[in-house]
Ligand binder design. Sequence first.
Ligand code: FE2
Length: 247
Amino acid sequence: MDAIISDIHSNVVALKAVLADIEKFACRRIICLGDIIGYGPWPLDCVDFAMGFSLTVLGNHEDAVLFEPVGFNLRAEEAITWSRSQLNNRAVPVELRRARWNFLGDLPRKKQEGDILYVHGTPREPTREYLFPKDIVDKERIETLFKTFEHIVFSGHTHIAGIFTPEGYINPPVDRRIDLDGFEKVIVNVGAVGQPRDNDWRASYVLFDGRFVVYRRVEYDIQKVVDEIKANPHLDNYLAERLMKGM
Ligand SMILES: [Fe+2]
């Protein structure tokens, strides 16, 4: 069994709650689909946890902190600038600073394992392209997209947990086994750990045994995160409000 998580976004309280939940299921690996950082108040703690995962792919927020936050709104850009300053903090021993930057710099944009592909965005544009539930009605786009992979894609990026098939979109039930071999092709969005936007503030992730996927939602001390964001002058208060609303 693997646990597949995404979009932690510097929310270490949500991440710790998810890791505690994962421990109940004797998972072989933890796979992270990117956006470890951005938006939240604990970028370094989250990077340190990610360094211990079996696999992490590059998210657009890692890309932004490594290069430039192209196409980001002002709030997201400010959070990236602050996260970069944390990673460059001279009070931190140089070896640790380098290890964190090297880890981020070495993240692959995608990872293929047999007929399973792990990306942050979509199979054809692994880091930046969004695939929202509403996009399922765009038959031409879906058809083109589904030609670019073999069987199963795991993705994040939209912060909306859900399953895309050529036949339609599935709003996945929590804690129910879904047989992915029942689909010829399928894109599984695992949702977000640290900033869900599907009107449910609880952290989202999936368990996967090579065939069946199970969606989990995990409660955490959200007030602690809200207070920490509001106390940080570099993070916009709106980021705390959206966290509570799950949007
Ligand atoms: Fe994200």
